[in-house]
Design a protein around this ligand. Structure first.
Ligand code: SAH
Length: 238
């Protein structure tokens, strides 16, 4: 069944508008009486029946709302150091499919690409990618894409556990470290193409992060976040 995110929710109806309405009416050619799944974007979902399609909106009669079964209980936040052009969108799309809760574009010493004045525009684009990937992968929640932060200013205090994927860490694997239960709110840091500087990792470790290896092969920055999200959720049974 096709899935839509809705914000405009009444006691027993919801409204689909904008791009989603175009998709519903012109691409999927859904009509009155057709059934759709609705997500409130915050982790709840319900089945609905299209009651009316008019100019600018579709009115859907909603069934009972319930917690979305596809949402992981653990909340992963990926701090992704800025990769080369175009890769961030792939990372956002794939990590959304895998179940990430939020993504934070992060600026570190060896980022090749510097954020331009148009970064706000990019952020809007990234948020659209997250929304589309969340719809496609039947998420109950649209991962937030937060504004750019500098690595050294990242706030780690809101997480139960912070892992830094560090190519220079040869011993401690993610799997081994996860033997200590990580808690619900987990942050992961992935370096840019040029990797992390040892001092950057040391500063994160000083703030309570744990440096981990993702195995004996060096992954590209766009592979590392996906691999790490998948492994963490796998280890947690999600
Ligand atoms: N240029 C670096 C590699 C950077 S890979 C070098 O040649 O050593 C980009 C990022 O992906 C790294 O900073 C790290 O966060 C992550 N990464 C890739 N492979 C990894 C591995 N085997 N273990 C831990 N982190 C890894």
């Amino acid at each position: 069944m096709n899935r839509f995110f809705v914000e405009n929710i009444g006691p027993d109806t919801a409204v689909i508008e904008g791009e989603d309405l175009k998709h519903l009416a012109s691409v999927l050619r859904l009509k009155k009486g057709d059934h759709v799944m609705l997500s409130d974007g915050k982790g709840s979902e319900c089945e609905g029946e299209i009651e009316r399609i008019e100019i600018g909106k579709a009115l859907v009669k909603t069934g009972p709302w319930r917690p979305c079964v596809s949402e992981p209980h653990h909340k992963l936040t990926l701090f992704q150091c800025l990769p080369k052009t175009g890769k961030m969108e792939t990372i956002i799309q794939k990590c959304t499919e895998l179940g990430v809760n939020a993504l934070v574009p992060t600026l570190s010493a060896r980022c090749v690409v510097q954020p331009g004045r148009d970064f706000d525009k990019k952020l809007q684009r990234y948020r659209k990618v997250a929304r589309e990937a969340a719809m496609q992968s039947h998420r109950g929640l649209i991962p937030e894409v937060l504004p750019l932060v500098e690595l050294k200013k990242a706030d780690l205090s809101i997480f139960d556990t912070v892992y830094v994927a560090y190519e220079g860490e040869k011993e401690r694997t993610l799997k081994a470290v996860m033997a200590d239960k990580p808690g619900r709110r987990i942050a992961l840091f992935i370096g840019p193409e040029g990797g992390f500087e040892a001092e950057e990792v040391a500063a994160l470790v000083d703030k309570g992060a744990r440096a981990v290896s993702l195995g004996p092969r060096i992954l590209r920055t766009e592979t590392a976040g996906m691999a790490m999200c998948a492994e963490i959720l796998f280890e947690l049974g999600e």
